[in-house]
Design a protein around this ligand. Structure first.
Ligand SMILES: *[C@@H]1O[C@H](CO)[C@@H](O)[C@H](O)[C@H]1NC(C)=O
Ligand SMILES: *[C@@H]1O[C@H](CO)[C@@H](O)[C@H](O)[C@H]1NC(C)=O
Ligand SMILES: *[C@@H]1O[C@H](CO)[C@@H](O)[C@H](O)[C@H]1NC(C)=O
Ligand SMILES: *[C@@H]1O[C@H](CO)[C@@H](O)[C@H](O)[C@H]1NC(C)=O
Length: 333
């Protein structure tokens, strides 16, 4: 219903012809493929252009230089009491936050009491120092994470099981639910996307943008300085409008062009206009292999126009996971 309302508003406006969706076929190149059974979950990019990648199946944070011909995925930090890492995001220049846990990968949940927030600090050189911020006693999944856009103390985290956005005070380690909503909840407990409600989360200009995988929507909601919800949640796009089998996962925000690029299963990158919800669909069944997240490169113009997408990988008939890794989508605008 919400989508209909928006559509009719847009139809009355100047760019009526743009509503709907279109296809794009940019060049996509492989950057790095991980060994078998390394489910790749999330991505962030350092100021030096190196890509940081997390795996739900490894307690190590990987770094990849995407500008060299055959890059390695070097281990740059390994966390204790964890089997994998979910979210990763920059919280201040050259300092990143990550979420570790003891994960059951089949159901994408961490054992209660094992989730922890750490920071990884590169500001004093290429070998980072890590710092434990806090354990989260009462959540089984922090999925996408983002620093509050104006309050440097606050980390916001998407709880895909509870249907809530948590806030974590990076100074004191205090945490709690900032807000929750039926629009953030999953629709079931089984896999296939139904057990993940709010998944990706990015924040900019007093606004949280998010995907809900189970409900197939991309939306936004206002927040105040403390991360409290301000106003209602607005649905900007539905995955079903991009294609009947499209499942939104995490995403990258391009505020300059007003687009969110959503990594989407099984073979999609979906650009959603933040203005009118118009969708641009990239469909590549050989290069986009269950995409889980995306981030723009940093450095020169070419890097800034490259969308790095993490591939979760594909299951073989023997249920081995293969071809998880990172690909570069040359958007070039
Ligand atoms: C690639 O990275 C892995 C993990 O850090 C390391 O064990 C290996 O030695 C590296 N290989 C090369 C060729 O640098
Ligand atoms: C890891 O777990 C052990 C055993 O429960 C505990 O003693 C230790 O403090 C934990 N380490 C961290 C960094 O949480
Ligand atoms: C988890 O614990 C925090 C801190 O005790 C509390 O504020 C929050 O509401 C709890 N979350 C849930 C979902 O019960
Ligand atoms: C994407 O491509 C695959 C393989 O050609 C096709 O089966 C699928 O229908 C396409 N999806 C969309 C939304 O067009």
């Amino acid at each position: 219903m919400k989508l209909f309302t928006r559509t009719s508003v847009i139809l009355a406006s100047a760019w009526a012809v743009q509503v709907g969706y279109s296809h794009a076929s940019p060049t996509i190149r492989n950057v790095y493929t991980f060994p078998r059974n390394t489910f790749i979950e999330n991505i962030a990019v350092q100021s030096n252009g190196n890509i940081l990648v997390t795996s739900l199946g490894s307690p190590s944070l990987f770094s990849i230089d995407p500008t060299v011909p055959n890059p390695n995925a070097s281990i740059i930090a390994t966390f204790p009491n964890a089997t994998g890492i979910s979210g990763v995001t920059e919280i201040e220049p050259d300092v990143f936050a990550v979420v570790t846990g003891v994960w059951d990968q089949a159901i994408t949940r961490a054992a209660l009491g094992t989730l922890a927030v750490w920071t990884v600090d590169f500001s004093r050189g290429p070998v980072p120092s890590t710092k434990y911020i806090t354990g989260i006693a009462n959540s089984t999944i922090f999925n996408g994470i983002a620093r509050h856009p104006t309050n440097p103390r606050l980390l916001l985290a998407a709880d895909s099981a509870a249907g809530a956005v948590y806030r974590v005070d990076l100074g004191t380690g205090l945490y709690g639910v900032a807000f929750s909503s039926p629009l953030l909840q999953p629709t079931g407990t089984a896999a296939e996307g139904k057990h993940l409600g709010i998944n990706g989360l990015k924040a900019a200009r007093s606004t949280v943008y998010f995907t809900n995988s189970a409900q197939g929507l991309f939306g936004k909601v206002g927040i105040d300085f403390h991360g409290n919800q301000v106003g209602g949640i607005e649905v900007l796009a539905k995955s079903s409008a991009a294609g009947s089998d499209v499942v939104y996962d995490d995403f990258a925000l391009d505020l300059k062009r007003g687009t969110a690029w959503i990594a989407s299963h099984p073979s999609y990158g979906v650009g959603v206009s933040l203005l009118d919800g118009r969708q641009t669909v990239i469909n590549d069944t050989t290069k986009l292999l269950n995409p889980t997240s995306a981030a723009f490169g940093r450095g020169g113009i070419r890097q800034q126009k490259t969308l790095y997408v993490t591939n979760g990988g594909q299951f073989t008939p023997e249920f081995d996971l293969v071809n998880a890794g990172v690909v570069a989508v040359e958007l070039l605008f």
